[in-house]
Design a protein around this ligand. Structure first.
Ligand code: SF4
Length: 224
């Protein structure tokens, strides 16, 4: 039986992206296959769960929720575990919301049938420092587009416009109705970033890509 390292399970409201403010149950997986320069989820504690143990814990949350957010780290690293969780929760009535770095294509292919929403990162090389992931992102977005998907890019002081142009091309080619969320790096100068983000939003508008600027609200409000 496949186990997973999970850092925390809790309920709160979504603090990022186009489902901002929706009430969710969060399952935060420990561990990631990337190491982004701006990462603020360097976790140091986890508990090991079997699939049925996670499902039992989820059942303790009895309010009305938009969905269960599987987040991280990178949840798709625990593909076999998630497959079993989805099987066990099939009649539970919860929708499944995947927050992902958009790199594990084969894993997504296996799970996409049981996912309702995909919140996919686009790792701009000049933001993340992770090198060129565009081909992988392209393949991933093709699979994710089977369901409702929006994209999220972290914009930093050092982000270059050439990355935005690649992202625009990719979105127009693969998933033209998907929204691109431009998210300022919360550790950098907000005034400088605001100007940059406004310019990037205008570039998207000219290119006919739907873009919006949404900061991480839970950091501004102190919400978990
Ligand atoms: S993908 Fe997300 S969790 Fe992984 S290193 Fe990058 S920012 Fe951190």
């Amino acid at each position: 039986m496949s186990k997973a390292k999970i850092a925390e399970v809790f309920d709160s409201v979504q603090g990022e992206g186009i489902y901002l403010g929706e009430k969710q149950i969060f399952v935060r997986f420990f561990g990631c296959n990337l190491n982004c320069a701006y990462c603020d989820t360097k976790l140091d504690q986890f508990m090991e769960y079997e699939p049925h143990e996670l499902v039992e814990e989820i059942k303790l949350y009895r309010d009305k929720y938009h969905s269960i957010s599987f987040t991280g780290g990178e949840p798709l690293l625990c593909k076999d575990f998630l497959k079993e969780v989805f099987r066990l929760t099939a009649k539970g009535g919860h929708k499944h919301y995947l927050e992902t770095n958009g790199t594990l294509v084969a894993e997504l292919e296996e799970l996409i049938g049981n996912i309702d929403f995909v919140a996919m990162d686009l790792k701009f090389p000049t933001s993340s420092g992770m090198g060129d992931l565009w081909d992988t992102h392209k393949k991933f977005l093709k699979v994710a587009s089977q369901k409702e998907v929006f994209l999220k890019a972290i914009i930093c002081e050092g982000t270059k416009e050439e990355d935005l142009q690649v992202a625009i091309k990719l979105i127009k080619e693969i998933s033209p109705s998907s929204v691109l969320v431009l998210q300022p790096n919360s550790h950098e100068d907000p005034v400088f970033l605001h100007q940059k983000l406004s310019k990037y939003k205008e570039i998207c508008k000219q290119a006919k890509v739907i873009a919006c600027i949404i900061p991480q609200i839970h950091k501004l409000t102190g919400l978990k």
